[in-house]
Design a protein around this ligand. Structure first.
Ligand code: AMP
Length: 426
């Protein structure tokens, strides 16, 4: 009997995690620059956090959650997304009372029981950020800028689609107008859209069914129904993006079909992905904190998939910094092997990445291995070198060789320029 990872999940091996770590590092650099702090919440929550936080109506809550009853009889759910847990933690720790703005980010695994396909997994990873406490369009624009900056640094081209979904003062009028429009085409809509026309008509505009899209082509548009406040907020957000040179497409069909979403809704899509082309999306959710039992608090956020981002980078042929060892220490005889082991420990203590032989292979085989691993330097110390406490250091890139005293080795490898070791993306 052999075992395999569960359908829709993936092992990330060292050859994969090198790219992941690089991407995570870039995300953290951008987060530091914008002064967002990392939040880590548990992988599972009370089911109610999601049922109430995401909404019973959604596909996620309706059919995709990994929900189970634990031995104590509690209904728990593996997190399918992070906004609801972040807001749960925000309320639980009274974070809104300590400061008027909380800027939080996360990176971690999410779980949804979706049908696996290219770009869609059952355990996948998201990074995201939430700006909680202010309604200023500066927050909306900043969230979008951060996402764009991460994609820019990773060489990912994207299309940004943006819309405003109004707020509880203006959306009911739009909803009524849309429902009236949908009544005329109702019988020809897909069964899913027929159902949504009653429960959540804005989601009908989201339908991927070509016939639905045709039928709703002339549907009323939310932008014609926005209150003055929502319109001003939308235009102010767009003006900030214009000022920063961020291109966008206003897409009046882009809706986030939940009641707590307000004003800004946006999505980043990539032409380098197949049918699952959404890189990430977000929006303002001024109603969520109170919905989860906290004080009325405005907030805006973004969430994106890491697998899809890496798929695009892979397709673009992005070159990740190499993971080669800097130094390979060759053991030549028993004495030299013992020395190599000690020297390796000492160099590693100084922060130099060192590889050595574990299999008592011949010098020739070790040289071959050093080459295969792409080590920049090979260090050899045989009997004669032991006598003089001096090693032979071969620069594999330059093809040169020089003698370096044992005690100067650490200093030597730290001093020699590192830049040519890694391939940079221009
Ligand atoms: P959502 O929370 O559904 O808006 O998803 C945000 C982003 O997470 C999407 O744009 C995708 O990039 C990613 N994502 C969502 N679901 C999956 C999944 N099942 N597998 C891989 N990535 C996903």
């Amino acid at each position: 009997m052999t075992y395999k990872s569960v359908k829709g999940t993936k092992d990330l091996l060292p050859k994969d995690t090198a790219a992941w770590l690089h991407v995570e590092r870039v995300i953290r650099e951008v987060m530091d620059a914008y002064r967002y702090g990392e939040i880590r919440t548990p992988a599972f929550e009370d089911t109610a956090v999601f049922a109430r936080g995401i909404g019973e109506e959604t596909d996620i809550v309706g059919k995709e959650m990994y929900t189970f009853t634990d031995k104590g009889g509690s209904s728990l759910t593996l997190r399918p997304e992070m906004t609801a847990p972040v807001i749960r933690a925000f309320i639980q720790h009274s974070m809104g009372e300590q400061t008027s703005i909380n800027k939080l980010y996360y990176i971690g695994p999410m779980f949804r029981q979706e049908r696996p396909q290219a770009g869609r997994f059952r355990q996948f990873h998201q990074f995201g950020f939430e700006c909680i406490g202010q309604q200023s369009p500066v927050c909306d624009a900043e969230i979008i800028m951060m996402a764009a900056e991460i994609y820019r640094r990773l060489g990912i081209r994207f299309t940004l689609k943006i819309n405003s979904v109004g707020d509880p003062t203006c959306r009911p009028q739009y909803r009524a107008a849309l429902q009236e429009f949908l009544r005329d085409v109702h019988d020809d809509l897909s069964p899913e859209s027929q159902r949504r026309a009653e429960t959540n008509p804005m989601r009908v505009l989201d339908s991927k069914d070509p016939r639905d899209r045709e039928l709703t082509a002339g549907a009323p548009e939310i932008l014609d129904y926005l209150s003055d406040e929502c319109r001003d907020h939308f235009h102010a957000t767009l003006a900030l993006l214009d000022a920063m040179g961020i291109a966008y497409e206003v897409d009046p069909r882009l809706v986030r079909g939940l009641d707590y979403y307000t004003m800004t809704a946006f999505e980043f899509v990539s032409a380098d992905l197949g049918s699952q082309d959404a890189l990430g999306g977000g929006g303002r959710y001024d109603g969520l904190v109170s919905q989860l039992g906290g004080k009325d608090t405005p907030a805006v956020g973004f969430a994106a998939g890491l697998e899809r981002l890496l798929m695009v980078m892979d397709k673009n042929g992005y070159t990740f910094p190499e993971q080669s060892p800097r130094v390979y220490l060759v053991g030549m005889d028993e004495n030299s092997r013992a020395w190599a082991f000690q020297q390796a420990v000492s160099l590693r203590r100084s922060g130099v990445s060192v590889e050595l032989d574990y299999a008592e292979r011949s010098v020739k085989a070790q040289m071959r291995e050093a080459n295969r691993l792409g080590a920049r330097y090979v260090v050899l110390a045989g009997e004669a070198e032991m006598q003089t406490s001096t090693a032979q250091v071969k620069d594999m890139q330059e093809g040169t060789q020089e003698s370096v005293e044992f005690e100067r080795l650490a200093e030597y490898f730290i001093q020699v320029p590192q830049s040519s070791d890694t391939m940079e993306n221009s």
